[in-house]
Design a binder for this molecule. Sequence first.
Ligand SMILES: Cc1cc2nc3c(=O)[nH]c(=O)nc-3n(C[C@H](O)[C@H](O)[C@H](O)COP(=O)(O)OP(=O)(O)OC[C@H]3O[C@@H](n4cnc5c(N)ncnc54)[C@H](O)[C@@H]3O)c2cc1C
Length: 179
Amino acid sequence: MPLFDRETLQCGGAPIFIAGDANHELPLLHEAADEGRIAGDNAARFPDVRAGMRRAPLGIVFTDPQIAVVGGGLRSAREVAHVVGTVSFDDQGRSRVMQRNRGRLNVYADIATGALLGAEMIGPDAEHLGHLLAWARQLDLRVGDMLKLPFYHPVVEEGLRTALRDAYAKLDAAGKRAA
Ligand SMILES: Cc1cc2nc3c(=O)[nH]c(=O)nc-3n(C[C@H](O)[C@H](O)[C@H](O)COP(=O)(O)OP(=O)(O)OC[C@H]3O[C@@H](n4cnc5c(N)ncnc54)[C@H](O)[C@@H]3O)c2cc1C
């Protein structure tokens, strides 16, 4: 595998650009589509090579229950001081009604800024909660900002709110609630 820049997809200083599954970094359809555009644009305008737009990392596994990993999960969150907000779906109202009350969600927040770093979940509707969390991560939302958004009742998203409240309390304990 040649060394390449993930923002430009250029291999070293060569007029060669590597996109999609071929570069082995993120073998996902939406990433391959973005990378194809970046590589094609840069190849066409070479040597005026520019960084392309990259999205918040999101991975979904269509198991039962589903799995979602946002922002690189705990492995990426560990790069900075962080808190972990958590919720079990065992006693989550809507999940119980649907008899799909198995699983857990962890959200990771930056102690310095209160911003959402990422999340990991196995449980009901993980594909949908994963999207909400990836959008929040890409928009650099803080946990406090997210708690100001609407949560209808009775929905699985109320479980996300519980995890965010837990993270918010832990940021508070760390003296960063207002940050
Ligand atoms: C079983 C499976 C399930 C998946 N599920 C998901 C999923 O749920 N979500 C998700 O986001 N991603 C999923 N993926 C991954 C996703 O399909 C790939 O990341 C994406 O298709 C990569 O796009 P690409 O353009 O890089 O490569 P490809 O889609 O593989 O396209 C490469 C094309 O190049 C052609 N080709 C190869 N060699 C030559 C040659 N010498 N000359 C001309 N043409 C050539 C091939 O025929 C192919 O059409 C899955 C992949 C697999 C295999």
